[in-house]
Design a protein around this ligand. Structure first.
Ligand code: JB2
Length: 211
């Protein structure tokens, strides 16, 4: 099996470990996180050290996974993904064995599709986006890069989402609606009309909170 190292060792990393174990394609060599003592363990895998280990002359592993979640708009995931890729690391698609991904869907580098999530026919998902537990991306949706579709989010058919957008827990987006980049859709919201770049919306139907 191929070895992979996870960047970050908090809650999201644990969920990712479950997905990696279920798929059986990769074995987790360890995790990187400055918060934890090297040698301590997360779900039985060792913390190897901090991110300095990524930038040495020798690669820590050919494959990496971003184990950082995104619960507010934060470019940290994007920045480390891009820097590590430039350094020559690869970010495989990680799909939990209990996720359903259509064979006609196109997933970018480093996309994570976690337990119970569904990505339907002809959907496109940009690099480094997380389709979290039980989220649903319906047919012909186009999702940008570095987004987080939180657990239970539901996107109807032909929805468009820009880059770096956060779709909150259980939020629903009606079919064909366009969502911009770096937008935030609050947990439980029902989005019935277009959301612009950087807009923050919440509620049923979703309304602007602030810009
Ligand atoms: O640049 C970094 C970095 N920034 C933060 N490099 C590395 N290697 N690690 C980093 N971290 C580490 O990520 C922190 O030191 C911390 O240990 C970990 C983040 O853990 P936390 O559990 O706080 O958040 P998370 O991002 O794993 O999960 C959040 O987002 C998920 C989507 C949680 O709120 C989860 O509940 C949520 N499901």
């Amino acid at each position: 099996m191929k070895e992979i190292v996870i960047i970050g060792a908090g809650g999201h990393a644990k969920v990712l470990i479950e997905a990696l174990e279920s798929s059986g394609e990769f074995t987790v060599k360890g995790l990187l996180d400055a918060r934890l003592q090297p040698g301590s363990r997360v779900l039985n895998y060792p913390v190897l050290g901090n991110d300095d280990l990524l930038w040495g002359a020798q690669k820590i592993s050919p494959y990496l996974a971003i184990g950082l979640g995104m619960i507010k708009i934060d470019p940290a995931r994007k920045n480390i993904f891009e820097r590590a890729r430039e350094a020559g690391y690869q970010f495989p698609v990680i799909a939990h064995a209990g996720a359903v991904v259509s064979k006609s869907a196109r997933l970018g580098e480093g996309v994570q599709v976690l337990a119970g999530a569904v990505v339907q026919a002809c959907a496109r998902i940009g690099e480094n986006t997380v389709v979290n537990t039980s989220a649903v991306v319906e047919h012909d949706c186009h999702i940008g890069a570095h987004c987080h579709l939180a657990p239970g989010a539901i996107l109807g058919g032909e929805v468009r989402v820009g880059d770096l957008t956060l779709v909150g827990l259980g939020a629903r987006i009606l079919p064909g609606i366009k969502i911009g980049s770096s937008a935030v859709l609050g947990a439980g919201s029902v989005v019935t009309r277009e959301v612009r770049d950087h807009q923050v919306v919440a509620g049923i139907p979703a309304r602007e909170m602030k810009r």
